[in-house]
Design a protein around this ligand. Structure first.
Ligand code: G6P
Length: 615
């Protein structure tokens, strides 16, 4: 993962880079560093810790001068997080500095060769090996930086987004990507480099997204030249005008991005169905689906590949697609799918779900599915991301930037989009009655205001969080459409509060988890009106007779669960199929408040990263 930022122009590079790194901290935050060219020397400051620690160190070292610089916020792969392993890394001569996001898989053999030739290494990183390889190429062939970078990259195996600076040629930065995202912001006589557009959006809306195996030589006051790393072919830069604005990537008065994003769900869900759902006309329309309707309808099965929270959205979709469209669905962890020999052919449709559109395992799963001839449809949030480009067709969730590492609005908008697709296919197949179709359209349109209503339970969630914040274990139970919500609820709690939690289908409880239940165990049970209600009530009785504490998520007006549960949070009535869009909200709030009460770093939980661009 890691976030990278670079600047070359007339402004103060230090403040642009620090602010940019703060916006990219969702990508990694175990160490950070900056290199600034002060007109004579390149000065590096780096440290274990967060960007705020880097800022303190920069202040104490007084390293703030320069109009050219590169910066990095790290999520460690090779080498523990410490000052030395932090980026930027110098080459042996001290002339080159590099920042890198990715993994150089064959770094050990390159390191050995370079060591034999007298190179020494300070850090345990693959990145320091790469910068020395570039230096070695440059020296042996007397090459310019761009050429040396290109030759070196042709020798490496792995993934990279890099920015390299040469003190001997201080008017340029060379950037390249393979597998890790990289955008070049094009300003007026100035350029920005970043893992996403957030570091430069307040300066320019014009961006070039490098494609895999492309490199850019960025020169002050000159046009950026983009080439293919492999064959040196020049590529016409495609400058996109971005719609993103600065308010979207700031906290807007909320204490944390996660809370802001939880509260954005009513508008995010609306943005997902806007222009696609038309209740008056009784239609659902999505270009990516319409253009490929036959492929979906003729599919012998749909395989959904994803990771993390997106995988949970896929599980909800499995229930929805099978129920409405009667098409068999399998949901696979992308990381497993890519390494087995899946039975996939040109009769299959594969749906890849990814908030970031950059998850390495999901990308690899897509490549495999395409090799096997499947039609691959992408569901991403980040516009222009790698997955949106690699897939045959797709649709964006339009949830807006999600910065908090624990995914919230991405989940509900993915479910919204997948439900729209399932409904559209059901309609085309005739597997849904006209009246049911119409009813779902109306219900879906009403979801944002119902989410708004659930959000009013925030104070109650906080109260419950306060009671249970010190326990060591939580259980989450749900059935049918809400079983994946139980998994997601448990994941949210683990991710940000570090409390162990497990999600289970409620009926499976008696095959193991029941052994864990005692008076110290809180159990969140999703017990909505239409979801096998009587069965769940029996499960709750079984828990109560073992003294477990019940936090019930129930439909408004419920009396039965209320009578036996320790706490209940109500959600407005909706069909069971759409209920995950509501039941998930109190679970997000509960995790959020527990983490805040435990003084955890909600937006940047330890060891995690927002976008996992390594295997
Ligand atoms: C990381 C994030 C999760 C996310 C998962 C998949 O683990 O921390 O929140 O669900 O990656 O990410 P994607 O961008 O592919 O949805």
């Amino acid at each position: 993962m890691c976030g990278i930022v670079g600047y070359i122009g007339h402004r103060d590079a230090h403040s642009i880079i620090i602010k940019g790194l703060q916006r990219l901290e969702y990508r990694g935050y175990d160490s950070a560093g900056i290199a600034l060219f002060d007109g004579k020397d390149i000065n590096v400051t780096k440290t274990k810790g967060k960007v705020s620690d880097l800022q303190d160190k920069i202040n104490s070292e007084n390293n703030t001068v320069g109009n050219i610089g590169i910066g990095h916020t790290r999520w460690a792969t090779h080498g523990v997080p410490n000052d030395i392993n932090s980026h930027p890394h110098y080459s042996n001569s001290g002339d080159l500095v590099i920042i890198h996001n990715g993994i150089i898989e064959n770094y050990a053999s390159i390191k050995k060769e370079l060591s034999n030739r007298g190179y020494t290494f300070q850090s345990d990183t693959d990145t320091e090996v790469l910068v020395n390889l570039i230096e070695d190429v440059q020296k042996n062939g007397n090459y310019k930086l761009g050429k040396a970078v290109q030759i070196a990259l042709n020798q490496v195996v792995g993934a990279y987004a890099i920015a390299v600076f040469d003190v001997k040629k201080p008017n340029e930065i060379v950037a390249a990507r393979l597998g890790s995202p990289l955008a070049v912001g094009v300003g007026d006589g100035e350029f920005f480099i970043a893992s996403d557009a957030s570091p430069f959006i307040e300066y320019t809306n014009n961006a070039i997204y490098l494609k895999d195996e492309e490199m850019a030589v960025i020169r002050i006051h000159k046009d950026t030249k983009i080439r293919k790393v492999k064959d040196d072919k020049l590529v016409d830069p495609y400058v996109q005008t971005l719609k993103l604005n600065i308010e979207q990537i700031e906290k807007g008065g909320y204490e944390h991005f996660m809370l802001k994003e939880i509260f954005e769900q009513p508008s995010a869900i609306k943005d997902t169905y806007r222009g696609r759902l038309n209740v008056n006309k009784g239609i659902i329309k999505m270009a990516g689906v319409e253009d490929n309707l036959e492929k979906f309808l003729n599919a012998q099965k749909i395989t959904i590949v994803a990771c993390g929270t997106s995988w949970h959205a896929g599980l909800v979709a499995e229930y929805v697609f099978e129920d409405l469209a009667r098409i068999p669905v399998e949901v696979e962890y992308a990381s497993e799918f890519r390494y087995r020999n899946p039975v996939i052919s040109n009769k299959d449709v594969v749906i890849a779900i990814s908030q970031s559109g950059e998850t390495a395992d999901t990308l690899a799963a897509i490549k495999l599915a395409k090799e096997k001839g499947a039609f691959v449809f992408g569901i991403c949030n980040v516009v222009g991301s790698s997955i949106s480009r690699e897939t045959d067709a797709g649709a964006y969730t339009h949830a807006g930037p999600e910065i908090g590492v624990a995914s919230t609005k991405a989940f509900t908008t993915q479910i919204t989009l997948l439900s729209l697709i399932a409904l559209r296919l059901a309609k085309a197949k005739g597997s849904i009655s006209n009246s049911d179709f119409k009813r779902y359209l109306i219900e879906l349109e009403m979801i944002p205001e119902k989410v708004e209503e659930v959000l009013k339970s925030d104070a109650l969630s906080k109260h419950i969080a306060d009671i249970y914040k010190d326990v060591s274990n939580f259980l989450y139970l749900g059935r049918g459409f809400n079983f994946p919500v139980a998994l997601e609820g448990a994941l949210k709690l683990k991710e940000i509060s570090y409390i162990h939690a497990e999600g289970y289908p409620a009926a499976e409880m008696k095959h193991g988890p029941i052994a864990l239940i005692d008076e110290n165990m809180p159990i969140v049970v999703i017990a909505t009106k239409y979801g096998h209600y009587e069965k769940i009530v029996s499960n709750i009785q079984e828990i109560k007779s073992r003294k477990g504490k019940i936090i019930g998520i129930v439909t408004k007006g419920d009396t039965e669960v209320k009578a036996i549960a320790d706490h209940v949070i109500e959600i407005p009535e909706t069909s069971e199929l759409l209920s995950p869009l509501l039941t998930t909200i109190p679970l997000q709030l509960l995790s959020y408040h527990i983490a805040v009460l435990l003084h955890k770093n909600v937006d940047q939980p330890r060891n995690l990263a927002k976008s996992v661009t390594v295997e």
